[in-house]
Every structure is written in C-alpha cells, then in structure tokens.
Design a protein around this ligand. Structure first.
Ligand SMILES: NC(=O)c1ccc[n+]([C@@H]2O[C@H](COP(=O)([O-])OP(=O)(O)OC[C@H]3O[C@@H](n4cnc5c(N)ncnc54)[C@H](OP(=O)(O)O)[C@@H]3O)[C@@H](O)[C@H]2O)c1
Length: 440
C-alpha cells in the first residue's frame, strides 16, 4: 500500500514540494509506514515544468482530483477559485487535503472545515501562516488544554524587510520598498503585502484557531505601511520603540462578556520586546496563554523551501492518518465569540502635529483629547515645524477606545492652530512598558 498524492500547482512552493518528495522518498516512507508517491501534478502551462516527469503533468486539475488512485490532494495554486472547488471536490470524494492557501482559508475556511468534518477527512494548512514556522499545530494541539489570550506577530516578511530597512538606514518608504523589490523580497505588485491584506488573512486564520471562533478576513481591521514615514521611524526611536506591521489577535474581557479582536496595522512597540528584534524578512509570533505564559515562534515566513517544509509536515501527518486510520484534530469553532470592531478596541496613539507657536495652543489641543475622554500620557514640543513658522507637538496618549482616538485626530485636523497632522501611529506595549517621552 502507498499513499498517492495529487499536487495542484507547481510554482515557487510546488516545485520544492516535488523536490522534497523525491529527495526524501525513503525517509518519508519510513516515517509514514508506507511510500508517499506523486500520482500527478496539475499546472496551468504544462510546457513550463521541465523538472517534473512529463507523465505526471496535467492541465486538468479536476480530472486529477477525481482519480481513484489519489488519496491526498495538496493545493499550492493559490487564490479563491478554482482552488476552493478543487478542494471541496477532493474532500467530498473522501480525500484528505493539505493547502497553503491563506487567502481561501481566511475568506471561506468554514466551508472547507465543515466539508472535511462531514466527509471525515483531514484538512491541514500549516504553511498558510508564517511559512516554515510551526505555529498552527502548536496553537491547535500543544496549547489545546490552555486558554490563549493573545497572538501577536510579524507575519509578513516583505513589510518587515521594508520597515527594518527604514529603521536601519533612515531611508524613506519608497526607497526601502525599491530595495526590497530589487532583492526579491517584494513582488512586482506589492499591494497584498504593503496594504496589510496578506497579514489580515493570516490574522483571521490565527484568531479562528486561537479562540475557537470563526474569524474571516472581512472581520480583520487592516491598515498597511504605505504611510509610514522616515519621521515616524525617528519618532518611534525617540520613544524607545521600533515600528512593526503587527497582526494582533486578542481575547477581550468587558463587563463579563468575552469577545475577540483581530487587527493589522503598523505600530510602535518597545525596543526590549522580542518582536522588536525581528529583522529582515523574518517572521515571529508572540503567543500568550493563561497557564503557558509567553511563547515566541520565529523563523522564515515565506520562500519555496521553507513553505514546502510546512506542506511536507502536513502531508506526513495526513499520510500517517491514512495508513494508521483515524483523523487529525478538527477545527473547533464552538466558542463563537463576537468579533469587536476596531472602534471598541483600547489602543494608544502617538500623534505628531504641526501647530502655531503661540500661547494657548497646547490647551486647545489638550481640550480636544479631554472632550473625548482621552487621557494624555506625555506631550513634547520637538522644535520648529512648518518651515520655522510653527512648532512640532508630539502627544502620546494612554489607552482609550480607538473610536475616541480617531475622532480626536479628526477634530485636531480641524483646529485653526493645527497646520497639519503629520503622523498618527498606534503604540502597542504587548505586555511591556512603553517609555514616556524623554525617558527612553
Ligand atoms: N511563495 C511563498 O513563499 C508562499 C508562502 C506561504 C504560502 N504560500 C501560498 O502557497 C500557494 C502557492 O504559492 P506560490 O508562490 O507557489 O505560487 P506560484 O509560484 O504563483 O505557483 C502557482 C502554481 O499554480 C499553477 N496554477 C495556476 N492556476 C492553475 C489552475 N487553474 N490549475 C492548475 N494549476 C494552476 C501555476 O501553474 P503554471 O506554473 O503552469 O503557471 C503554478 O505552478 C499560495 O496559496 C500562496 O499564498 C506561498
């Protein structure tokens, strides 16, 4: 008996899956208890895959999935369709599936999970979040007896590379993105990365698993890094912080009712926090749980071989279940906690304003914060703004509902004495103390 695999897609990840399956065939057979064999490889353009044995290649993915001699389907095509239909077809015909498709899982993971439950097959997707880093299985299995309170991390290598380059060299956003593109860390169209959509998909997947609650990409508040400036980076340094694009999934307790928040935005984090030291295109995820305390997962979040490592790990797990009988853990969404909008979430803001340099300005500015119940932690005048005619005022707040903070910034922009709101960034302590202005 062997476990026969249909591979859908043979691009960056799929090519490495084929290589690992062939190079490690003997070891995989020994670990699974049966040979793991490729039954076929579906691609879009069959003439572009010289590295794959021609008899395996097909452009008819649906026909490959339907074959009786296929036990497991591995999907590394990406996108919503035809990936969803192909996976559902596989599941309904009793085949277990492995996928790296974060976009599909974040949009419609529930449909796949329910179909897998109904059919009694496995659905594994470790590679969909943070590439090579073992993260979903530790959350779902190793921490299954604990209560996870927060999962916060850097889950997009492109944006971490760009922000790190800006921090290291003082470069502006456009210059740092250009370097990332030149070195192959950013795609020709970097939208999904720099606007935060890729991280938002991963946040949805993480929140779903961590809180046993279905969270989709549409539930995730998402802001990218396009508006982060060299001045923001310098301001963060002044506060003893560094700026990272964070995916934050949190369990919120309010008035005895539990809810969850999932959000993605660039934020200042204290430099002593372990996430602040994550450089280049690396990923890292910080997990907090009641009994386990703090855990950190770190490694390569993308790339053909690292991602294929996670795919192969899933494939071995699924193949073992086929050989030994039984299924791996199912997705559980029993908690069904409400997902709170960003306006309800308590955050802190760092606001830089160009203001008129005269008496009474500070009280006008402070008045707008006070009117909305936002308490100020520190204020500093950092020098002349506006070509010397005004001053630069920096305000750091205490925690307040995001809606109150956003309304305050809108009101500040309308004040006569405010020439411009130069920068607004959230400050996330993530359990660490944030320095106040002047003591970093
Ligand atoms: N790349 C990474 O670092 C990474 C990391 C984590 C997760 N992922 C996820 O892994 C998946 C694959 O990513 P990738 O970077 O390997 O993508 P990719 O390089 O663009 O490869 C996609 C593959 O799918 C094939 N394909 C496209 N449409 C198809 C169709 N209708 N039927 C059959 N095959 C089709 C393409 O065929 P042709 O080659 O013939 O055009 C290509 O081989 C995505 O879900 C992605 O989000 C990727």
């Amino acid at each position: 008996m062997s476990v026969r695999v249909a591979l859908l897609g043979c691009g960056t990840v799929g090519t490495e899956v084929v290589r690992l399956l062939e190079d490690q065939a003997a070891d995989l057979a020994a670990r699974v208890g049966a040979p793991v064999e490729l039954a076929g490889v579906a691609v879009r353009r069959a003439n572009r895959h010289a590295g794959v044995r021609p008899e395996l290649l097909t452009t008819d993915a649906a026909a490959l999935v339907a074959r009786d001699d296929v036990d497991v389907v591995v999907e590394v095509v990406g996108g919503i369709e035809p990936a969803r239909s192909l996976l559902l077809q596989a599941i309904k015909s009793g085949k277990s599936v492995v996928t790296a498709n974060k976009a599909l899982l974040a949009e419609d993971g529930a449909t796949l999970a329910e179909a897998a439950d109904a059919a009694g097959v496995d659905l594994y997707y470790e590679a969909s979040v943070a590439g090579a880093i073992p993260l979903l299985r530790p959350l779902r299995e190793s921490l299954a007896g604990d209560r996870i309170t927060r999962v916060a991390g850097i889950v997009n290598g492109t944006t971490n590379f760009v922000l790190d380059a800006m921090t290291q060299s003082g470069a502006g956003y456009a210059e740092a993105l250009e370097e990332a593109t030149r070195l192959g860390y950013a795609e020709a169209d970097p939208t999904a990365d720099v606007d935060g959509y890729d991280a938002a998909s991963k946040a949805a997947i993480l929140a779903t698993i961590a809180f046993h609650t279905r969270v989709t990409a549409a539930d995730v508040h998402c802001e990218g890094i396009r508006r982060v400036t060299a001045a923001d980076i310098a301001a963060a340094e002044g506060l003893g912080c560094t700026i990272k694009l964070l995916a934050i999934c949190e369990r919120l307790d309010g008035g005895g009712t539990e809810s969850v928040s999932a959000r993605v935005y660039p934020a200042m984090i204290p430099r002593p926090h372990p996430l602040a030291a994550v450089g280049g295109a690396f990923n890292a995820v910080f997990v907090e749980a009641d009994a386990a305390g703090q855990l950190m997962f770190y490694g390569q979040g993308a790339g053909g071989a690292p991602t294929a490592s996670a795919v192969l790990g899933d494939l071995v797990a699924v193949a073992r279940n086929r050989v030994g009988g039984g299924r791996g853990p199912r997705e559980t969404a029993y908690a069904s906690l409400p997902v709170r909008p960003i306006g309800d979430v308590t955050t802190r803001y760092h606001v830089s304003l160009d203001v008129t340099d005269r008496a009474g300005v500070l009280s006008a500015v402070a008045g707008e914060f006070a009117r909305r119940g936002v308490s100020i932690a520190a204020v500093r005048q950092t020098g002349a703004g506006d070509g010397g005619a005004g001053a630069r005022l920096v305000v750091v707040t205490h925690g307040a509902p995001d809606s109150a903070l956003a309304a305050t910034v809108d009101a500040l922009a309308g004040l006569d004495v405010v020439h411009g709101v130069e920068g607004v960034l959230r400050v996330e302590g993530l359990g660490h103390r944030v320095a106040t202005l002047g003591d970093s």
